[in-house]
Design a protein around this ligand. Structure first.
Ligand SMILES: [Zn+2]
Length: 300
């Protein structure tokens, strides 16, 4: 397997260590699988139906996506028929093109976000992750061609798969994917195991309610975009942590608390200070009206 990042990557270090199931498919529900890739400790999901194959997220480049396609041969000889991008961040959607002619779904905000941000992200990731630079040049940006606003139900070889938009959170277009007959929820980056959630494109004041709604959906297994899959308790803990970031930011804004004191009180004490600072800064920016949607969307 081609290795793109050392364990403990500086971008997404994993202080708790990697799960024993890295690089194997794990069946977390009836014919629902997750595989953890070491690069960014990322989870890729698969739902197998009768002749239908749904893939959750496509990784950072066509090379990484082809690795998924090769690994899928361990599960099925059928081609991927449906892809769902949980959101438009490069590590979830830059591999899309490899899976055509599959239908690619995303929340309605996903294609414009991907198109608007792709070239700046391509350049920035190439700079931050030199091992990906050559491959990133060749990535064909291929946004979802099917979108939904709040809900959609897909048929994957006779199995219903539900897509939901629960509100702004990690981005303005996070899709949550439920497989009711297997009691599994793929949460994208609305929750994250083993790391501080990524807030740089987030809506920290909206995210707590969205995370609560996500936790309410979970009765069995929930799979975060990165890190260990878990159960409802984990989702509730994540929602509580995200709410505390918003609450701390409000206290700073009201003058009740200094910024450094608030940083010390964030629910991510085991992580580097620069990672902890980002959520609070983004929440303060939203409180001050300085967060604008990327890309800005015209009414109607
Ligand atoms: Zn993300």
């Amino acid at each position: 397997m081609r290795a793109y990042a050392p364990r403990g990557s500086r971008v997404r270090g994993n202080p708790r260590g990697y799960h024993a199931d890295v690089s194997t498919w794990v069946e977390i529900g009836d014919r629902v699988f997750v595989r953890r890739y070491e690069f960014y400790d990322q989870n890729i999901g698969v739902v197998l139906g009768d002749g239908g194959v749904l893939l959750v997220d496509t990784r950072s480049t066509h090379v990484q996506a082809r690795e998924i396609a090769a690994d899928l041969r361990m599960l099925t000889g059928d081609p991927v028929t449906v892809v769902v991008d949980t959101h438009g961040h490069f590590d979830h959607a830059f591999g899309n093109h490899v899976f055509r002619p599959a239908t690619i779904w995303g929340q309605a905000g996903c294609p414009p976000f991907l198109v608007a941000t792709a070239e700046t992200r391509r350049a920035r990731v190439a700079r931050d992750e030199p091992s990906l630079a050559a491959d990133l040049v060749e990535v064909v940006i291929d946004p979802p061609d099917r979108v939904f606003d709040t809900t959609a139900t897909l048929d994957v070889g006779g199995r219903p798969v539900e897509l939901r938009f629960l509100g702004r959170g990690h981005t303005d277009h996070d899709a949550v994917i439920s497989i009711p007959d297997a009691d599994v929820v793929f949460a994208g980056d609305l929750i994250e195991g083993g790391n501080v959630p990524f807030f740089n494109d987030a809506y920290p004041l909206d995210w707590p309610d969205t995370a609560d709604a996500l936790a309410a959906l979970v009765s069995g297994i929930v799979v975060p975009g990165h890190g260990d899959h878990a159960g409802r308790t984990f989702a509730v803990e994540q929602a509580t942590a995200i709410r505390s970031v918003a609450d701390l930011a409000r206290r700073v804004e009201s003058g009740d608390l200094g910024l450094e004191d608030a940083i010390a009180l964030t629910p991510y004490p085991a992580f580097p200070p620069e990672d902890i600072r980002a959520p609070l800064k983004r929440a303060l920016a939203q409180l001050r009206g300085e967060v604008t949607q990327v890309p800005s969307r015209r009414p109607g």
